[in-house]
Write a protein that binds this ligand. Structure first.
Ligand code: PXP
Length: 241
């Protein structure tokens, strides 16, 4: 199965914002990532706009040719307005708190059933595919089915953290949860702390992986290898036999 590589460009926006100008140019960077082989562009605007700003989104929407994925917390009214106005190919709903350094857990799809059901329906009615950030537990995947999402995105932070200790033990919950998702007809994405070292193993062990979104490690690798080489290296990890 082909697993798409969506490049998360938050960190590029962070570098740009450090100087308050338009350098590096985020829109050009997104276009270049696609020219170098990226199969999607992901952004995660946060309320404080510390990396991606709300104004970046329409500018990116105009140029992204592959798949545009906007992640964020739908409890923010501004986020929902932004997504509905810009209609990306995919919206990934993430239950991150306002001041979280980064996303650090999936949805409790049972507790937030009504909210997720309404939100997902609203996005789908606008023609947007929905993915929800999920921990690899059967009960949350079953809950994801009930709320009507098209896909889940596995939160892979815990996998990455334990990968060097015991890779098989680290991946097993994801492999098991992926089977549940596939049986329920839910598509599977994954993201967080995936890198050149752990990506291939994750893909091999987790069936039906449709898409990974990768930002932090990919941008750090690009400091050493350059962005064109780095994207090719990640694509190679996803395709090598
Ligand atoms: N998925 C979600 C929901 C995220 O919040 C992030 C980080 O912004 C990622 C994937 C990508 O994680 P990383 O930057 O560690 O590759």
């Amino acid at each position: 199965m082909n697993t798409r590589l969506s490049v998360n460009i938050n960190k590029i926006a962070l570098i740009r914002n450090a100087r308050g100008s338009n350098f590096p140019n985020l829109v050009q960077f997104a276009k270049d990532c696609e020219a170098f082989g990226a199969e999607g562009i992901t952004v995660h605007p946060r309320p404080d706009e510390r990396h991606i700003t709300y104004a970046d989104v329409p500018a990116l929407k105009q140029v992204v040719q592959t798949e545009f994925n906007i992640e964020g917390n739908p409890t923010e009214k501004k986020f929902m307005e932004l997504v509905l106005q810009n209609k990306p190919h995919q919206c990934t709903l993430v239950p991150d708190s306002k001041h979280a350094l980064t996303s650090d857990s999936g949805w409790d799809t049972i507790k937030h059933k009504d909210f997720l059901t309404d939100t997902i329906a609203q996005l789908q009615e606008a023609g947007i595919r929905v993915s929800i950030f999920c921990d690899p537990a059967a009960k949350f995947i079953e809950g994801a089915k009930i709320v009507g999402t098209d896909r889940i995105e596995f939160y892979t932070g815990p996998f990455a953290k334990d990968f060097d200790k015991d890779a098989q033990a680290a991946v097993q919950p994801y492999a098991d949860a992926a089977k549940v998702a596939s049986e329920l007809g839910i598509g599977i994405n994954a993201g967080h702390d995936l890198n050149l070292h752990n990506l291939r193993f994750f893909k091999d062990q987790v069936p039906n992986l449709l898409e990974v979104s990768i930002g932090h490690a990919l941008v750090v690798d690009a400091l050493y290898y350059g962005i064109q080489n780095t994207i090719q290296m990640y694509l190679h990890r996803l395709t090598e036999l």
